[in-house]
Ligand binder design. Structure first.
Ligand SMILES: N[C@@H](CCC(=O)N[C@@H](CS)C(=O)NCC(=O)O)C(=O)O
Length: 319
């Protein structure tokens, strides 16, 4: 139980779909905690300390924020089947483009007036208003403005034409016969477009992309078993964070040290694009890939909260 993979997510979340699909690719068994689509998230905040984005992964008393980090952590734990490693820099660049620019374009495209009704189908007016108000506040201080509808369409068309061309030599995935990080990252914004019927017509002109979307969807979601939010909190309470191995002082990069970060000292970590809610704790691990903070949560005890280094800012803070 201690090592069970717990995903806190909701069905309509594209970033969560990236991770659900990755768990499917790995044929993993996991526990599924459904969280609210809007704030407040009273049973998630005690785990993250303030990070509110979706999804969040929990393994015992270790909490993983951001799908870039979650994917890497899962891949380390479940190395089979492989992820294509060729063109590592191209893979990282394409993954980052898909998670930022392409995702933003997909959101603008799906939230155009004619398609929005598809997204909100089955939800009542009060939910729609609450959702729109929540997302307005979520993006209020955003450093990444939403593209206009026209810009969104142009960006989607550029990505779709490029992907169509890339797949036209009969390869199954972006870089070859097996999927890579980029496949999972490109998938989720396009999956989001696919979900809203009137938005999805844009995909019709790209048959190779359509087949690739099918191939990716075929990975499924692995074996999720529902878990209540209370069970997840109870799990964190009975578990200790995994030990951090090795000589700690060697891990800070020179840039992190120059910014005043110190292992054991208080820090504040927050995303640098949108939803910039800070999380406070003592820095217990830092290297060029990730930052981990230790926090004591009343009723839950000690938790380690993990963030990727890319896309986050960390600065010294008060207790
Ligand atoms: N960089 C983050 C982005 C996550 C993200 O933006 N998720 C959206 C849902 S797909 C979100 O958090 N929306 C607000 C919410 O769920 O409260 C990641 O890779 O996990």
């Amino acid at each position: 139980m201690q090592t069970a993979i717990v995903l806190h997510h909701y069905p309509a979340s594209p970033f969560a779909e990236k991770i659900r699909l990755f768990l499917g690719y790995k044929a993993a068994s996991w526990r599924s905690v459904e969280i609210p689509m809007v704030m407040p998230k009273p049973k998630l905040m005690p785990l993250t300390g303030g990070y509110r984005k979706t999804p969040v992964m929990q393994i015992g008393a270790d909490i993983y924020c951001d799908t870039a980090l979650i994917l890497d952590e899962l891949h380390q734990r479940l190395p089979d089947p492989l992820l294509i490693q060729e063109g590592a820099l191209s893979d990282i660049t394409l993954a980052a483009f898909a998670d930022s620019s392409l995702f933003a374009a997909a959101v603008s495209w799906v939230f155009q007036p004619s398609a929005m009704a598809d997204f909100f189908r089955g939800k009542d007016e009060a939910f729609v208003q609450a959702f729109l108000a929540d997302r307005k506040a979520f993006r209020a201080a955003s450093t990444a403005p939403r593209p206009s509808l026209g810009q969104a369409k142009d960006r989607l068309v550029i990505a779709l034409s490029g992907l169509e061309q890339q797949l036209s030599d009969c390869r199954s995935f972006v870089w070859g016969a097996s999927p890579s990080r980029a496949d999972f990252c490109l998938f989720h914004p396009l999956w989001f477009v696919q979900q809203a019927q009137s938005a999805a017509v844009l995909l019709d002109d790209y048959p190779q992309v359509g087949l690739w979307l099918e191939r990716m969807s075929d990975f499924g979601h692995g074996n999720p078993e529902p878990m209540s939010a209370d069970e997840a909190l109870a799990l964190a309470t009975v578990c200790e964070p995994a030990a951090i191995e090795g000589p700690e002082a060697a891990r800070l990069t020179t840039a992190q040290a120059a910014e005043g970060l110190q292992l054991g000292a208080w820090v504040e970590i927050k995303p640098n694009d949108y939803g910039m809610d800070p999380v406070h704790g003592r820095l217990c691990y830092a290297d060029q890939n990730k930052l981990v903070i230790a926090r004591e949560e009343a009723g839950l005890g000690l938790l380690h909260v993990h963030f990727p280094q890319l896309g986050y800012q960390a600065q010294p803070s008060q207790a």
